[in-house]
Design a protein around this ligand. Structure first.
Ligand SMILES: Nc1nc2c(nc(Br)n2[C@@H]2O[C@H](CO)[C@@H](O)[C@H]2O)c(=O)[nH]1
Length: 234
């Protein structure tokens, strides 16, 4: 076990899905995994391990924000040897052609700062997804007929942002959506030679003010979990 994950060394699979919300980890494990076992509940950040089509999978909450994700991703990589880490989550749409319920497969994730800024310092590092995972996720989404966008997202440090000027530049430069975790996941995976991807459902829209009704979030989230699982084992 580690400081933040109570699982025994053999209880975490090499493939880990990371929703921000621990209760989504519970729902996804109960819905998609066979023989799902609770392997972590330290600080309530639930983690489950089971099998999907015979493949071992762990679904571990990351919490909100890159500092929280950084703790779990570092320990999953360093202490449990996770090889494939896929963020499954929701995001805020930022382009007129991106609608709520759409799925976004994040090719890159821009930030102002991240937990890795202290290492990268003046370097404007470009966090990017694993190509094989990205390609497989897009193929899986297209096979399902899910409306999908592939491109850059923005990983923010704040939910209640007050930078309309920045939003304007992000929209101008084609940023598809905003969330708060992917950039650090991609950076850590690159640092440790692992595979990472973020597959996101657009649950709210910064321009239109639309938001996915609570009862619809679960179904949309399900498609995303299936896409992530198919990509992980393609
Ligand atoms: N910063 C930000 N985060 C968002 C937004 N919509 C969603 Br869903 N999120 C994600 O949802 C959580 C905040 O509610 C964070 O973990 C983000 O990844 C948004 O409009 N802005």
């Amino acid at each position: 076990m580690t400081i933040h994950i109570g699982a025994a060394p053999d209880q975490i699979a090499q493939t880990v899905l990371m929703p921000g919300d621990p209760y989504r980890a519970k729902w996804a494990a109960e819905t998609f995994l066979d023989n799902a076992v609770l392997v972590n509940e330290v600080r309530g950040m639930l983690g489950f391990t089971g099998t999907w089509r015979g493949h071992r999978v762990t679904i571990q909450g990351s919490g909100m924000g890159m500092p929280s994700l950084s703790i779990y991703a570092n320990e999953l990589i360093t202490n449990y040897d996770a090889q494939t880490l896929i963020r499954i989550g929701s995001c805020g749409g930022m382009q007129p052609h991106v609608g709520i319920r759409d799925v976004i497969v994040a090719m890159t994730a821009s930030t102002i700062t991240s937990p890795s800024s202290g290492i990268l310092r003046e370097m404007n590092y470009a966090p990017c997804a694993d190509w094989g995972l990205l390609r497989a996720a897009v193929a899986a989404a297209e096979a399902k007929g899910t409306k999908t966008h592939v491109g850059g997202i923005y990983s923010s440090d704040v939910f209640y942002a007050e930078r309309p000027d920045l939003d304007e530049q992000m929209v101008r430069h084609g940023i598809l959506a905003v969330e708060m975790e992917a950039a650090e996941l991609y950076t850590l995976a690159a640092r440790h030679g692992r595979r990472a991807l973020a597959v996101l459902t657009v649950s709210d829209h910064l321009q239109t003010g639309e938001a996915l009704p609570a009862e619809e979030r679960e179904r949309s989230f399900g498609e995303m979990v299936e896409i992530a699982l198919e990509a992980a084992f393609s």
